[in-house]
Design a protein around this ligand. Structure first.
Ligand SMILES: Cc1cc2nc3c(=O)[nH]c(=O)nc-3n(C[C@H](O)[C@H](O)[C@H](O)COP(=O)(O)OP(=O)(O)OC[C@H]3O[C@@H](n4cnc5c(N)ncnc54)[C@H](O)[C@@H]3O)c2cc1C
Length: 406
């Protein structure tokens, strides 16, 4: 037998929990229910910001977003700005603070505080939360939604989809509902991992594993510069990682011939770098060349640079390095080129690029433009933000707007 509810929210994550609060606050007499596949709500939220939850960013604007909904995101933030999200949380009892680059965190430094204030408000409002219940199918008949789950069927007049997408499947992420939205008539842009390490081709990577260096990283399509970022690059077995690399990963799918170029000393020009190397040549002249970068880079990195520049063998004395070799070394330090590989591995991605196309959602209400009483929020939509709180800002803002308009 089917169970009737007034408003159903699929997914008890970032957008779903706020959508449920607002839906109930605005419709206190109606039955509002959250259906969550996992054994508890907000599992992913607990892992955000390395367990501290970077919940928004004071520098939020469309420049930090990608995807077909990007052109509507400023409208969403006019209705629900960063200040408003912070204020909504404050009303729930959460104190926040602003850190470097506008990143906002709870003062407790604990993602659990963010989830707790949302949960306690839902409890106080009397929103029904059903966990361990996965939605397998959605049908729309006679102006009602029929929501089939592993625990039976539910019927509702208004449905808010907050089921996220498939980034970080270990935390329960699943894109099944996006397929259902396609069956209901929505167009979906292909899903690909974003905010993730970028796999690159290089035999030298294993020897650099664990090395971190403040750099400028640039994404090129063949010879054309697409985007550059500053920050700490982390070298892993077969990939480059770090926030600056994550921010390039989001646009990788659009690039035909992707290359990542690293400038390992972005604040020094080539001429100055050459003079530094000549100075080191003098200071360390009798040592083996593997010590050339003493005082500049960790030894592993210095040795990899020399290998890449083909200045070998390491047993040579530093005073044997030629002017031509110094040119090659400087070129590697300032322009180390890696061929990048596109990936379909969602396991290390923080978000997904792709989803329901932007022009099929009304940014003033988050209602579907092709089906009345269906609302879509958060990562299920074709929009993804840079690292730094931009994704949760969109998830919370879209959830708040949907809940207020349902
Ligand atoms: C490790 C990690 C760290 C991150 N850190 C940050 C950060 O610090 N700042 C930031 O801005 N962003 C961060 N993000 C991204 C951010 O968490 C997401 O963009 C955001 O949670 C998306 O919100 P959402 O409501 O769309 O989806 P989610 O928060 O993923 O919620 C979706 C919910 O729906 C449920 N669900 C899915 N399918 C079904 C189904 N069929 N039936 C029932 N329930 C279903 C899921 O179990 C889940 O609980 C991080 C992501 C990861 C993986």
């Amino acid at each position: 037998m089917s169970v009737k509810k007034d408003i159903i929210i699929i997914g008890g994550g970032a957008s779903g929990l706020f959508a449920a609060i607002k839906a109930k606050e605005n419709n206190p007499q109606k039955e509002v229910a959250v259906i969550e596949a996992q054994n508890r709500v907000g599992r992913k939220l607990l892992s955000t910001g390395n367990g501290r939850c970077n919940l928004t960013n004071t520098a939020c604007s469309k420049t930090h977003y990608h995807g077909s909904f990007r052109k509507y995101v400023d409208t969403v933030f006019e209705l629900c700005s960063v200040d408003r999200v912070i204020n909504e949380f404050m009303k729930l009892g959460l104190m926040t603070k602003v850190e470097d680059e506008g990143r906002v965190y709870p003062v407790s430094n604990h993602a659990g505080s963010v989830l707790d204030v949302l949960r306690f408000r839902l409890e106080a409002l009397g929103v029904e939360i059903t966990c361990d219940t996965k939605v397998n199918d959605i049908k729309n008949k006679n102006n009602n939604f029929y929501v089939s789950t592993n625990n039976g069927e539910l019927i509702c007049e208004k449905l808010i989809v907050c089921s996220g997408s498939c980034a970080a499947p270990k935390l329960g992420a699943d894109s099944g509902i996006i397929k259902n939205l396609k069956e209901l008539g929505h167009n979906i842009t292909p899903l690909s991992p974003a905010l993730c390490p970028v796999r690159v081709k290089s035999d030298l990577l294993p020897s650099l594993k664990g090395v971190r260096v403040e750099s400028k990283v640039s994404l090129f399509d063949g010879e054309s510069l697409i985007k550059e970022e500053y920050g700490e690059v982390q070298f892993a077995d077969n990939s480059l990682s770090g926030i600056c690399v994550f921010n390039l990963s989001s646009i990788l799918k659009k690039v035909r011939k992707p290359f990542v170029i690293i400038d390992l000393l972005p604040y020094f020009d080539k001429r100055y770098l050459k003079s530094i190397i000549l100075k080191n040549k003098d200071i360390f002249n009798n040592l083996n060349i593997e010590n050339l970068f003493t005082g500049i880079f960790v030894k592993k990195l210095g040795m990899a640079i020399l290998k890449q520049a083909q200045v070998l063998p390491f047993s040579r004395r530093i005073n044997s390095i030629t002017v031509e070799e110094i040119e090659r070394i400087v070129d590697v330090v300032k322009n180390w080129k890696f061929e990048a590989l596109k990936s379909n591995d969602f396991s290390r991605a923080q978000v997904v690029s792709g989803g329901v196309v932007g022009n099929e959602i009304n940014p003033y209400s988050m209602e579907s433009a092709i089906m009345k009483n269906l609302y879509i929020c958060g990562e299920a939509i074709d929009i993804d933000g840079d690292c730094g709180g931009f994704n949760l800002q969109f998830a919370f803002a879209s959830g708040i707007i949907a809940g207020e308009n349902v």
